[in-house]
Design a protein around this ligand. Structure first.
Ligand code: MRU
Length: 339
């Protein structure tokens, strides 16, 4: 019997359900993912999002289909479609590789093995998050003001999160921590999701517009920047939510430590440098309006012409040279540790 529950993903009674992250924090609605179309649609629409969570949801979906009696060929085809649903976060590809290897093995016991592999992937991620948190907290002084971007918490993983997991662990261990939460345009993962998670744990935070980071750093009110990653190349360059690179440049200018926290499942062994990381471009409407109000500003007035040309990359690449340290589950890497 498989029974797996995280903040945003459940596999219970053979059915995968996801907390619709696009509706948060206004509404907490769980959606059943019984068809491939619903599952890939949920990934594309960011109902499930965050690099580890995307991959975990995809493999649990394949486990649910296996429990339902799906044929091996059909599962292989589903795996291809899932792989194509979002291009940048490499955890999806890394986890599907593990499932595809089992599907390709001869013999008839693949179904059980697939289900236990999916279960291991979920449980491993919980443990990876704990290790990241332990390694990250060791870097923090007793009093610290951290700036973070996007959402890297329980919603984005099976466990306590990556960058946000370090923050919640530091709070639990008695550090006096205050978090500057970037709103994270265009889809407001900071405003909607990180603020929601921090509110639940009662960690002091303040929401800021993305473009307030520079003035806060200049005023000496940021001690470190801590972000997650969607894909880390073998030279330490990494892709993360659009705006991360700007934060790294600002941090360097103001001599503020800049850390990235991620499990080793976010490493891409096929990617020699950031230049090889595929960057997802998303719909113009996301930039023309705000979430929940397509084409409208918060006041309800049109935010921009429905025909305004838009460039909407979902991620950017931060070069390794701007990173103070990479907080992995295996330990903290420094610039000299990449060869
Ligand atoms: O487009 P999203 O919301 O999936 O982007 C998520 C991020 O950029 C996160 O920082 C990253 O996936 C790390 S989550 C632990």
């Amino acid at each position: 019997v498989i029974d797996l529950v995280s903040m945003g993903i459940k596999l219970q009674g053979g059915i995968l359900t996801l907390l619709d992250q696009q509706l948060l924090p206004g509404e907490e609605r769980w959606i059943e993912c019984r068809s491939l179309e619903t599952m890939t649609g949920a990934i594309k629409a960011l109902k499930v999002r965050g690099a580890p969570a995307i991959g975990i949801a995809a493999v649990l979906f394949l486990a649910s289909k296996t429990l339902e009696g799906a044929r091996r060929d059909d599962l292989m085809a589903m795996s291809v479609a899932l792989r194509e649903s979002r291009p940048t976060a490499v955890n999806l590809m890394n986890y599907l590789d593990r499932i595809d290897r089992l599907l390709a093995e001869p013999g008839e016991s693949w179904g059980n093995r697939l289900c236990s592999e999916a279960q291991s992937i979920f449980q491993e991620d919980v443990a990876l998050c704990e290790s990241i948190a332990r390694n990250g907290v060791a870097l923090f002084p007793q009093r610290v003001q951290v700036l973070t971007h996007c959402n890297t918490g329980g919603l984005a993983t099976a466990g306590r999160g990556t960058a946000l997991g370090v923050i919640t662990k530091a709070h639990e261990e008695g550090r006096e921590i205050h978090v500057w939460v970037d709103e994270t345009r265009p889809l407001l993962q900071g405003t909607r999701l990180t603020a929601w998670e921090l509110g639940k744990t009662r960690i002091p935070y303040t929401l800021i517009c993305d473009n307030a980071a520079g003035m806060l750093m200049r005023a000496g009110r940021v001690d470190c920047v801590l972000v997650g990653a969607d894909r880390i190349a073998m030279n330490g360059d990494f892709a993360n939510k659009i705006g991360t690179y700007s934060l790294a440049v600002l941090a360097r200018h103001h001599n503020i430590p800049f850390y990235v926290a991620a499990p080793e499942t976010t490493l891409d062994v096929h990617c020699p440098s950031g230049a090889a990381i595929p960057i997802e471009e998303r719909r113009a409407e996301e930039v023309r309006g705000i979430p929940g109000h397509p084409g409208q500003a918060a006041s309800g007035v049109p935010a921009s012409s429905g025909a305004a040309p838009v460039f909407n990359p979902a991620f950017d690449v931060t070069p390794a040279a701007l990173v103070t340290g990479w907080i992995f589950d295996t330990g903290v890497r420094r610039a000299g540790d990449w060869n």
